[in-house]
Design a protein around this ligand. Structure first.
Ligand code: MN
Length: 313
């Protein structure tokens, strides 16, 4: 994903409470952002009142949307630094290409994980010849300072731990849950779960009290600790919980993300995660000047994405 809004604001993690050390129930609304022709996505993170959950620093929910032929997601080549992009597809297909030479279609139930490190370029296109519907999420994970200058890398994961419990179908996207460990390589303690209710059900999900957590609803609605949360809403739960109580209708779907509170202050502007404005400005000048830090992509038909104007001097 790339922010295609011509007015792109700086997001500074110190402008909102870093994390809540106690349990809370903070309900946050997503905001709509445009991502190419006909595709409106719901952006849950960063939020004015909640910049991160663990190292998860960006969360877009796209679809479910039925495209007409010729429409779809088409995000041209754009750069990233300092983060991992984590793409989880529920319906449809997305073709990822990157400056490392990868061209990888991601199918439902699979994850594409790109570690930008010091710099990478990628493009993302939905594949419309076979599937007209698209539904999924893309998250970004801030890299800790010790890893953010590493070389870029990319991994496609076809198999993730998957099990049923208490009427819920659970996929472990990142981290460990109920003894099941996701293979996805992350660089700080994190959890990501995709959960679908197979029937109307109540469940208590075990949590790690040292982590902070949030839940974003992807389909229908669920009750979280007796608060009703529908599509377009996220609930932030804070730390120090042993478990969370869920009540779901059949077919409700949500993702639960969590992690150890990320103690480093980060800046996000456009597609860059950094620590200072100077780092962002330098990366952006290198992108504009076709510097070798951001090399080209083989095979993509179309133009690359220009960065919006930097909103500070
Ligand atoms: Mn991207």
């Amino acid at each position: 994903m790339s922010d295609l809004n011509p007015q792109c604001q700086l997001s500074d993690s110190k402008d909102a409470e870093n994390f809540s050390s106690q349990p809370v129930q903070q309900i946050l609304s997503t905001r709509d952002a445009r991502l190419g022709e006909g595709l409106i996505i719901r952006r849950a993170l960063p939020h004015r009142e909640r910049r991160m959950i663990g190292a998860w620093c960006f969360l877009d929910h796209f679809g479910p949307i039925r495209f007409k032929k010729g429409e779809g997601m088409n995000v041209g080549p754009h750069p990233h630094i300092g983060l991992q992009t984590f793409t989880w597809v529920i319906e449809g297909k997305i073709l990822h290409r990157d400056s490392l030479g990868n061209a990888q279609i991601i199918n439902p139930g699979q994850v594409n994980l790109m570690t930008a490190g010091k710099g990478v370029v990628h493009s993302e296109e939905s594949q419309l010849d076979e599937y007209a519907t698209l539904h999924g999420v893309q998250l970004w994970i801030a890299l800790p300072d010790s890893k953010r200058q590493k070389d870029a890398s990319f991994t496609h994961y076809t198999e993730l731990p998957h099990f049923q419990q208490d009427g819920l179908s659970v996929t472990v996207l990142a981290g460990e849950f109920e003894g099941k460990i996701a293979p996805t390589e992350v660089f700080s303690p994190l959890l990501g779960l995709d959960i679908v209710a197979l029937e109307a059900t109540k469940a208590r999900l075990p949590l790690n009290p040292a982590f902070e957590y949030g839940i974003l609803v992807l389909e229908n609605e669920i009750d979280v600790e007796n608060e009703t949360i529908s599509v377009g809403k996220m609930i932030y739960l804070g730390c120090r919980r042993e478990h969370v109580s869920i009540r779901a209708f059949k077919g409700s779907r949500f993702i639960l993300i969590g992690g150890e509170p990320f103690k480093e202050e980060i800046l996000i502007w456009w597609n860059y995660v950094a620590r200072t404005k100077e780092e962002i400005k330098q990366a952006d000048e290198q992108w504009k000047n076709n510097d070798k830090r951001f090399s080209g992509i083989q095979g993509y038909q179309g133009i690359r994405v220009d960065s919006p104007p930097i909103p500070w001097k």
